[in-house]
Design a binder for this molecule. Sequence first.
Ligand code: CO8
Length: 254
Amino acid sequence: MDNTIVSNPRPGVMLITLNRPKSLNALSRALLGEVAAALNRAEADDVIRCVVITGDERSFSAGADIKEMPESDIPKFAESERLRGWKTIERFPKPLVAAVNGYALGGGCELTLLCDIVIAGENARFGTPEIKIGIFPGDGGTQRLPRSIGKTRTMMMVLNGEPIDARTAKEWGLAVEVVATERTVERALDIAASIAEKSPLALRMAKADVLMAFEKPLDESLSLERKMLLWQSKDHREGIAAFAEKRKPSFTGR
Ligand code: CO8
């Protein structure tokens, strides 16, 4: 585990720190594999209820590792174990928060699109510069960016390749808050710790429900939402009892 640092800085929270500073945290095969392994552990561990991903102050991630890109075999590169790593992040069922300082470029920007909540530091720069090296955002960017920020803003980013600053990212909806660079991780951890106090079952269903909005036609997703609401759990009963008794709920995930 040389490319990431995994820690538990708050109850119920896993922090994954990308740790290839010399490459601006480029997403090498090995790094993606470590992120996927950490997420698999987080998924299996009932104690972990929320995960935060961050980089360092200079760079969240400058994207796919260009030095690993084969000159002649892009399809193999795209479909290899890299893709398995992406799929693990895409399918991670617990809340995922990104704390973004510095560069979030190419795959780094696409990684933030897989996160549920994005906190940006003032020095954050979001961009899809792939066009400058003769490709385009191929880790989901051409599909997720327009769903997130609309067509013309996406075209501006993808066709031009120039990054946007943190304030613009917030205005466009790529980040939910902009904070002082040195506060980014703390703020993300505060949010994650608050999320971690909620019912893990309800969190999982809420995340799945919201993501349905991007995948299914409205009539189908509304009817699935209604079906999921009919579900009963001890956590639901505990939430109602705690409200009535004016105390903090204690959720067990059952
Ligand atoms: N991959 C590998 N190494 C990188 C990357 C990267 N993406 N970005 C930076 N580095 C390395 C540099 O090579 C340099 O290493 P060294 O010191 O050994 O020369 C080190 O990080 C520091 O970088 P710079 O000296 O360039 O730092 P600057 O501050 O001058 O510039 C930039 C910073 C502007 C971020 C610049 O490094 C840059 O433009 N990087 C490339 C960004 C980029 O193009 N990202 C997109 C990559 S493609 C992608 O993410 C999605 C592809 C989808 C693939 C789907 C399958 C086909």
